[in-house]
Design a protein around this ligand. Structure first.
Ligand SMILES: C[S@@+](CC[C@H](N)C(=O)[O-])C[C@H]1O[C@@H](n2cnc3c(N)ncnc32)[C@H](O)[C@@H]1O
Length: 259
C-alpha cells in the first residue's frame, strides 16, 4: 500500500460539499459539534494567550473548510490557504468568492464571534478572513517541499484533520511532519487538531480513511520530527455519544514550535 492517500482516491470518495453539510452545521447534533467546540476554543486560547505571534500563516489542507482560520485571521496579516484536490478547491473558492452557492458557515462563524466577545459581527469576521487570505496554493504533504514549486517559510502553520487523512502509516506521518517543517521559520509555531483513534469517517455512504493516532504517538512523532511540544490537549468521546459515522475515540489539539 502507498504511504500516502492518492489524490484520485480523495476525488472518488470524498465529496467536499457533502462533508461540509454533514459535519459543519454547528448545533445540528453531529459528532463534529464536539470537535468544533473543542478545536475552535483551543485555537482561540492559543492566539489570545499571546504566545503564537507573527505575520505569515499557512494552513495545510484547508479546502474545503475555513473554520480553522476564524481566530487566526485576527492575529495574522498574510494567510496562505491550500488544497489537494480540485473538487475541494472549487468548494473553497466558492466561499472566497462569495458565490451564492457557497457553503453557509454562519453557525460556526457565530460561535467564534461569541468566543471573542463580538456577537453579531459575523459579516465583519468573514470579510476579515477573506481579506487576509493572500494566496491559494496546491499542497502535497508527501513532498519534501509541500508547496513546490513555491518556496516559503511562515511564522505559523495550521493543519486540521489533514495528516490523519494523508498518511497511511506512522512512518509517513513522521515524513509529512518533517516535510511541513521546511515551511516554518525557526521557532515558528505548529497548531494541529484532529481525531484520536479514528480509522474512518463517513461522507455519505463512503467510508474515508483515517490513520488512527493517540496522544503518546503524537507527542513522540512531533518531538522526533524537529518540533518542541508546548501543549497537547485532548477531549474524550462522551460515553453517551451515539454517533455512528466514525469510530473516533476523541480529539486532540497540539501546539508545538520548530526547535
Ligand atoms: C478530512 S479533510 C480535512 C479538511 C480541512 N482541513 C478540515 O479541517 O475540514 C482531509 C484533507 O486532507 C487532504 N489531504 C489528503 N492527502 C493530502 C496530501 N498528500 N497533502 C495535502 N493534503 C492532503 C484532503 O485533500 C482533505 O482536504
Amino acid at each position: 500500500m502507498s504511504d500516502f492517500t492518492k489524490a484520485s482516491e480523495y476525488e472518488n470518495l470524498f465529496d467536499p460539499r457533502l462533508y461540509l453539510e454533514t459535519y459543519f452545521h454547528l448545533g445540528s447534533g453531529s459528532l463534529a459539534d464536539d470537535f468544533l467546540r473543542f478545536t475552535l476554543s483551543n485555537f482561540h486560547k492559543a492566539f489570545t494567550s499571546g504566545s503564537v505571534k507573527g505575520t505569515t500563516l499557512i494552513d495545510i489542507g484547508t479546502a474545503p473548510s475555513i473554520y480553522q482560520l476564524l481566530s487566526a485571521c485576527e492575529y495574522f496579516e498574510d494567510i496562505t490557504v491550500t488544497w489537494y484536490t480540485t473538487r475541494e478547491l472549487q468548494e473553497l473558492q466558492k466561499w472566497i468568492n462569495k458565490d451564492p452557492g457557497a457553503f453557509d458557515w454562519s453557525s460556526v462563524v457565530k460561535h467564534v464571534c461569541e468566543l471573542e466577545g463580538k456577537s453579531g459581527m459575523l459579516k465583519k469576521k468573514e470579510k476579515k478572513l477573506r481579506e487576509k487570505i493572500k494566496q491559494v496554493l496546491q499542497c502535497d504533504v508527501s513532498k519534501n517541499n509541500p508547496l513546490a514549486p513555491k518556496m516559503q517559510e511562515a511564522d505559523c502553520l495550521i493543519s486540521t484533520v489533514c495528516l490523519e487523512a494523508a498518511c497511511r502509516n506512522q512512518d509517513s506521518y513522521k515524513t509529512a511532519l518533517k516535510n511541513l517543517s521546511t515551511l516554518l521559520k525557526p521557532e515558528g509555531h505548529l497548531l494541529m487538531a484532529g481525531d484520536l483513534g479514528a480509522n474512518y469517517y463517513e461522507v455519505g455512504s463512503n467510508k474515508v480513511f483515517s490513520l488512527s493516532v493517540n496522544e503518546a504517538f503524537l507527542r513522540n512523532v512531533v518531538s522526533e520530527s524537529g518540533y518542541c511540544v508546548r501543549e497537547l490537549v485532548s477531549f474524550g468521546k462522551p460515553e453517551d455519544a451515539g454517533y455512528e459515522n466514525s469510530d473516533y475515540e476523541g480529539f486532540y489539539f497540539i501546539h508545538a514550535q520548530k526547535c
